[in-house]
Design a protein around this ligand. Sequence first.
Ligand code: HEM
Length: 459
Amino acid sequence: MKQMKLPNRLRTPWFAQVYQWGMRPTHFLDSCTQRYGDIFTTQWPALGPIVFVSHPKAIEKIYTAPPEMFNIAETYETLRPLVGDKSLMVMDGQVHHRQRSLVMPPLHGERLRSYGKLICNLTEQMMQQWKLGEVINLTSWAHDISINVMFQVVFGLDEEERLIKLRQKITQMLDYFSSPVMVLHHTAPVLRKDFGPLSPWGRFLCLIHEVDQLLYAEIAHRRQHPQLDCTDVLSLLMTARDEQGEVMNDQELRDEVMTVLSGKGVAATGILFGLYSLQKHPAVCQRLQEELDSISDPSDTNAIAKLPYLTAISQETMRLYPLTAVAMRVATTPFEIMGYEFPSGTKVFVNIYSVHHRHDLFPNPEQFKPERFLERKFTSYEYSPFGGGNRRCIGYAFAPFFMKLVLAKIVSRYQLKLTDDRPISLVRHAAGVAPDRDIYAMVTDYYHQKSANELVGVV
Ligand code: HEM
């Protein structure tokens, strides 16, 4: 029988819930699912009820619903100051569909595969600065490789003065946007007041203004000097045409470039969790090294990215550490899930984190065990690190490809050892989660001289 009342409303005070969700989202989701199971509701002032679901059948219903049944744009409001008004993220309906179909091709298929060499070369270049015995801050390293790769994927080679400047400014702005000082501004828009460049929001506005000036100048430069053979994302977006044969205007280009670059932080955290997991589990690392040794041509990046155990490692990393804990939707019509009926306007969060920690699907869910992805296939409702349906992450092919190549390059070259054995806790980082402290590792040895020599040859 259908029920009209909201399911499993949390009984703790709302400010305690908001605090937990804001600071330690996975801890919050763990305690709620342990207590209430697959469906529960929060009711926070100004946000109205939010229904969290973690049953695969319910998730299937959400991901396969007709696109017009759920909106999402309003849930990305916190990103609007960064990605702009024309970003696909802050659109719904036909406009979202149009922008998405223009932005997706440069990140998929042949285009994606063409970035393999770039990723490996940049990883190699950055690793060449490592010395045996040196302690590396893996957190900073992962953020550096992420911006270096993503910047070149988006803009092409960054050797010219104007691009070097643009990269510096974009890096500074993205780091500031996801810094702890901005966390409150993301959750409480009322704080977004410009009290001059020394105030937190004023500083962000200055940075974004500087980035915009350089970015619009870059677009103008490319319009004046078109280079037809360029395959970077911006060049491809400038020539992409929609179904009506229209190209994107300058603001759309600026906003979609920022949309793609906004994935830099989550891609970096994925790499960091991957590196951390490998160092924490030497047997897994060793099996991966053996798999990499079996490759006849170590410069074949597509062959590396297809390796089953490496793929399982990246899948297990994203299962255990959900970089984005929920996929958000707002119902545009009344709908029914798990026997409950909800009115139009209800917010529904697919609880990706909790479904990835279900005991029935992933026995001993706290254990890092890549083998589970070799032993069993999971549906896209049981395992969905990139969300699903028409709002699935546009980086769903790029991010694991990137992560796998970086991990492969590092473990076939060096042995690392974590300097701190304490387990990590997960805390809020921008829109996702991250370790509660920086991760450090010591470069203890080459993996073996043979692969070190071979890998130098890749560059
Ligand atoms: C391992 C890394 C990443 C993870 C786990 C991740 C996860 C997600 C998730 C869960 C969503 C919400 C999907 C939904 O609502 O169904 C999302 C959306 C999105 N992601 Fe990612 N993401 C990652 C990397 C990236 C990268 C590298 C980019 C940029 C190339 C990117 C760009 C986006 C965009 C633009 C959206 C909004 C899509 C839309 O609304 O149509 N993400 N991501």
